[in-house]
Design a protein around this ligand. Structure first.
Ligand code: HEC
Length: 130
């Protein structure tokens, strides 16, 4: 089957994200700041269970991340956070570092949910979960 324009686009995006994720895996992150971002800006607890006992509500829409650092490495984690749709196009997990999001309020258009440093910090934090 010849590649449709959509498939070519998806492959190009996947390659781009793979590259950035690998580059970000090299970027030093701070696990302490990552833990704060996971609770606040990232709101990851809405869908995931994490070892953060002081927060009462943990979602179970996504997999339990309590030991995710023993399953996934920095590159996989960064790719997940940057744009999970490259891994699973049907996922409901938001793309935390993508600017061409749909249905975004005007003030937020062109902005990413997490900054580059936040992504590195969140990856550093998730890597401690073993
Ligand atoms: C709206 C719900 C939602 C939010 C918010 C969300 N996720 Fe997810 N996440 C999911 C779902 C659902 C999956 C399962 C895989 C899939 O859908 O492709 C997942 C998968 C993952 C995985 C892969 C886990 C594995 O075992 O393979 C990681 C890592 C992850 N999420 C991290 C995060 C982080 C970090 C945040 C916050 C910055 C976050 N997620 C926010 C829904 C969410």
């Amino acid at each position: 089957m010849p590649a449709t324009p959509w498939m070519r686009h998806a492959m190009a995006c996947a390659m781009l994200v793979a590259w950035t994720a690998a580059a970000w895996a090299e970027m030093p992150g701070d696990a302490g700041r990552g833990r704060v971002a996971v609770i606040g800006k990232g709101n990851c607890l809405a869908c995931h269970h994490l070892p953060i006992p002081e927060e009462p509500d943990h979602g179970d829409i996504g997999p339990d991340l309590s030991t995710v650092g023993s399953r996934l490495g920095a590159t996989e984690l960064a790719a997940r956070i940057v744009d999970p749709k490259t891994i699973n196009p049907d996922t409901i997990m938001p793309s935390f570092f993508k600017t061409d999001l749909h249905r975004v309020a005007k003030d937020w258009q062109g902005q990413t949910i997490l900054t580059r440093q936040d992504v590195a910090d969140v990856v550093a934090y998730l890597l401690t979960l073993k």
